[in-house]
Design a binder for this molecule. Structure first.
Ligand SMILES: [Zn+2]
Ligand SMILES: [Zn+2]
Ligand SMILES: [Zn+2]
Length: 132
């Protein structure tokens, strides 16, 4: 009979002290992450997370940078709401299209920019897409 067959072959979950192990593992990862040297994609200056530098991660070239930041993209593809807070993807000056006014004026950390993908997206408000 089928039901008996399944009962016989059922694998019982093993009792492993997994939680304790994971905990130690997490700590090790955190420490090495803080000590890891990050090279700025723009000026090649090396720093670690402990240095408290301005740190941005470009959504285009996937590199860290502490200068040469174009800003945070205002488009729908780069806007994420995590735990009720709005997060916008940061982009470096090299990766944003140079034809849009928003990318040429007022650049920098915490400022607005528009990436190529969001420039092409019909859902992006046209006021951001004004060109030179
Ligand atoms: Zn970039
Ligand atoms: Zn830099
Ligand atoms: Zn974007």
């Amino acid at each position: 009979m089928k039901c008996c067959y399944f009962k016989k072959n059922r694998v019982s979950p093993r009792n492993t002290p997994k939680k304790e192990r994971d905990y130690t593992y997490d700590i090790t990862i955190d420490d090495s992450y803080l000590n890891e040297t990050i090279e700025c994609a723009t000026c090649s200056y090396s720093f670690t997370l402990k240095d408290n530098q301005i740190l941005a991660f470009c959504g285009g070239c996937n590199k860290f940078m502490h200068c040469g930041i174009a800003g945070s993209c205002v488009g729908p593809n780069c806007t994420h709401i995590i735990d009720g807070e709005v997060y916008r993807q940061t982009w470096c000056k090299k990766c944003v299209p140079k034809t849009v006014i928003i990318n040429l004026l007022d650049m920098g950390e915490g400022k607005s920019c528009l990436c190529q993908e969001c420039l092409d997206d019909p859902n992006t408000p046209s006021c951001y897409k004004r060109k030179i």
